[in-house]
Design a protein. Structure first.
Length: 272
């Protein structure tokens, strides 16, 4: 929060009382008409976090210019990243939304399809390993926590990596974390945010993330997505998402030790 406020102060944002909107993967602090985003838990797995945030800004700016349904980066002050006390900070336009509501499954699916159409034209460089690459980094970080399970997890990840190459749908720029929690309901309709996890991969990944969400009826959302493959064809991507979630719980436990029992149970359930 100090980094967010410090970055705001450097651009004259001193009149509004800072309000913390989130504190998990990133800390989000509202400063009047903008929201400052500072990496938090993600710093554990992304030592080059500024590069991830810069890509987030570039992609969201590109999509906003096309009129795609996204939350845009700030134009005043400039979006950054700005380095404050060793932490990268980005600025985003604050958009009023209803944080207590979730769009209907068909609305989420239609919005995601519109987003995917706009993403296809993105000319910038994007990672090609996505969740697989990040899981390999998490394995290196979590050797103590994963313990004896680590060799089996490596074997499973190698198999899932191979299956990802055979996943249905085109390979294209993706949102990367396309669940309804990253879709804000605004007066102008649903708007996507958080492109930090974007990568170039099979469309099946975003669809598996949507189908596996617990925030709404994922099966109904998948069925409403134009031309979506059958759910069974998304199974490898769904398992990869589950494995990612298991390991991410252990990363979270580094900051929030109270979730460690939940992480251990999730690992046991996955291996069962």
């Amino acid at each position: 929060m100090a980094a967010a406020v410090g970055a705001g102060r450097a651009f004259g944002l001193t009149s509004a009382e800072p309000v913390v909107l989130a504190d998990r993967s990133n800390v989000l602090v509202r400063l009047g008409h903008v929201v400052a985003r500072v990496p938090a838990t993600t710093l554990l797995t992304r030592p080059d976090a500024a590069n991830w945030l810069a890509r987030d800004v570039r992609l969201a700016g590109f999509l906003d210019d096309l009129g795609a349904p996204v939350i845009p980066p700030s134009d005043d002050p400039p979006p950054g990243p700005h380095l404050v006390s060793g932490l990268p900070v980005t600025f985003w336009r604050y958009v009023r939304h209803d944080p207590g509501s979730t769009a209907a499954p068909a609305e989420v699916a239609g919005s995601l399809a519109e987003l995917h159409e706009a993403l296809r034209g993105y000319p910038g460089e994007l990672p090609g390993d996505g969740p697989v690459g990040e899981l390999r980094r998490m394995f290196g970080l979590l050797t103590d926590e994963l313990g004896a399970a680590l060799p089996e997890l490596r074997v499973r990840l190698d198999a899932l990596d191979g299956a990802l190459g055979r996943a249905p749908g085109p390979v294209q720029p993706l949102h990367g974390d396309a669940h309804p929690g990253n879709l804000l309901l605004t007066a102008d309709g649903p708007r996507w945010t958080d492109f930090e996890d974007t990568w170039r991969g099979p469309l099946a990944w975003d669809l598996a993330v949507l189908a596996g969400t617990s925030r709404l009826d994922g099966a109904e959302a998948l069925a409403a997505y134009p031309g979506a493959p059958p759910a069974a064809e998304l199974a490898p991507c769904g398992e990869l998402r589950t494995l990612f979630g298991v390991c991410w719980r252990f990363v979270l436990a580094r900051r929030f030790p109270g979730v460690a029992p939940e992480a251990r149970q999730a690992l046991a359930d996955y291996l069962d």
